[in-house]
Design a protein around this ligand. Structure first.
Ligand code: SF4
Length: 415
């Protein structure tokens, strides 16, 4: 149906990676949607405007629900565009009062120094900022990913000027922008002192030309109502291993250390999480799977929850001590030492980690099943239940998850 993931015969091996121990009830991330209003119209957006801003009381109820049922280390405050919510500062403060890290997921349009300071005072841990070339940003039409680095730079500098906040940049990867990933990765490395992470999310669409959707009763629904549907899409979808491969081409030191598989396929990589070690001057290696395992279990033992966001960029002492335990850290330490011998001044450079994550959007398989992220980290609340946020509009529009079938086959069966 044009959605099927091609077999990937690439270098990734699950046995070399740590399967993140996250689950439905013990997951470092909770996905809180406070509004469905937005000031951009991104091509890959999963949400459309149906209900507007949620009242503060409902938002607080959902936060307490997460606290009880999700055990999150952080709450991702999402939308829509959360900075448009008139009580965004109160929401951040409420999350922080619960002992959970608030992270705002924004397109950055509403960021200004005063608001950043206010949010930080309310307890904000940081921002994940979505910038890509398919958002229709005013004044940026037809600009490619490399040109959009100027937008990323503006936001990174604004957040760095306030200090003490995490800044992660994510972007949707379209078949047409796949080859531009290195431009974003290179920008991220050049800003290693202020960019804590990059995330690449592969684009998905519901092609109404080849597929039909049915509700729980088997009745066909109008899938064109979904914000991410398209009338025709004939390009090959990008997979996580392909994103990994192109990152490796421009940043050979990159290796993921953790993953989440799929709910249907045994061979899919729905989440790949890695962290490169280095400074603005150079990249020395990547955090290995053993360190990832230690970080997850250690954080759980010490703080009672798993870990999704690294809040510190300084790593040198940790790298040296962890190299006893993790071959990947050992290699990074060796590379750093070699670099310092060649350039003694770099002994005083700040060495840190920068995460690079890859998320493969839900894929509809040839049998109509949807391969979702196993132990989905972005679950949200709907009607008193935890559901995958990427499919919430199916609940909002059609009362529940829809199933998918090939249009041609359905028509042949009816004939
Ligand atoms: S299954 Fe969960 S983590 Fe995966 S794309 Fe959907 S909401 Fe995001």
């Amino acid at each position: 149906m044009g959605y099927t993931q091609e077999e990937d015969t690439l270098a990734l091996q699950k046995r070399d990676l740590y399967r993140l121990p996250w689950s439905k009830n013990d997951n470092p991330i909770a996905w809180l949607e406070i509004t469905d209003i937005c000031n951009l119209r991104c091509e890959g957006c999963y949400r459309q405007k149906l209900t507007g801003h949620k009242p503060l009381a409902q938002v607080q109820e959902e936060i307490l629900f997460f606290k009880e049922w999700r055990n999150p280390d952080n709450v991702s405050i999402a939308g829509g565009e959360p900075l448009l919510h008139p009580q965004i500062v109160d929401i951040v403060a409420f999350i922080s009062e619960q002992g959970i890290k608030p992270i705002v997921l924004t397109n950055g349009m509403g960021l200004d120094p005063r608001l950043i300071r206010e949010l930080k005072r309310a307890g904000l841990s940081g921002f994940t900022i979505h910038v890509d070339s398919h958002q229709g940003r005013p004044g940026w039409k037809d600009a490619n990913e490399a040109a959009h680095n100027a937008v990323r730079q503006q936001y990174a500098d604004l957040i760095a000027a306030e200090g003490g906040l995490i800044a992660i940049f994510n972007s949707t990867v379209y078949p047409s922008t796949y080859h531009e990933i290195p431009d974003v990765v290179r920008w991220g490395r050049e800003n290693a002192d202020r960019v804590h992470g990059l995330v690449f999310i592969t684009y998905r669409t519901f092609d109404t030309d080849v597929a039909v959707a049915m509700d729980a009763s088997g009745a066909q629904v109008d899938a064109s109502q979904l914000g991410y549907s398209s009338e025709h899409f004939d390009q090959a979808f990008v997979t996580s291993p392909q994103v990994y491969q192109i990152i490796k081409e421009c940043l050979p030191q990159y290796e993921p250390s953790g993953y989440l598989g799929g709910t249907v396929r045994h061979d899919s990589y729905k989440w790949l999480i890695g962290a490169v070690i280095g400074s603005r001057q150079g990249t020395y290696g990547s955090v290995g799977s053993r360190t990832m395992e230690l970080a997850q279990t250690g954080h759980h033992l010490l703080y009672g929850s798993y870990l999704a966001y690294l809040s510190r960029l300084r790593l040198l002492p940790a790298m040296l001590s962890l190299s006893l335990w993790d071959p990947a850290m050992r290699q990074a330490a060796r590379n750093w030492l070699g670099d310092v011998i060649r350039h003694p001044r770099r002994l005083f450079e700040r060495v840190g980690v920068q995460s690079i994550g890859i998320i493969q959007a839900p894929d509809v398989q040839s049998n109509g099943q949807v391969d979702m992220c196993d132990s989905c980290p972005d679950m949200t609340v709907w009607d008193g239940n935890l559901i995958n946020s990427c499919r919430m509009d199916e609940y909002r529009l059609f009362g529940g998850l829809v199933s998918v079938a090939e249009k041609a086959r359905m028509e042949a069966e009816r004939a």
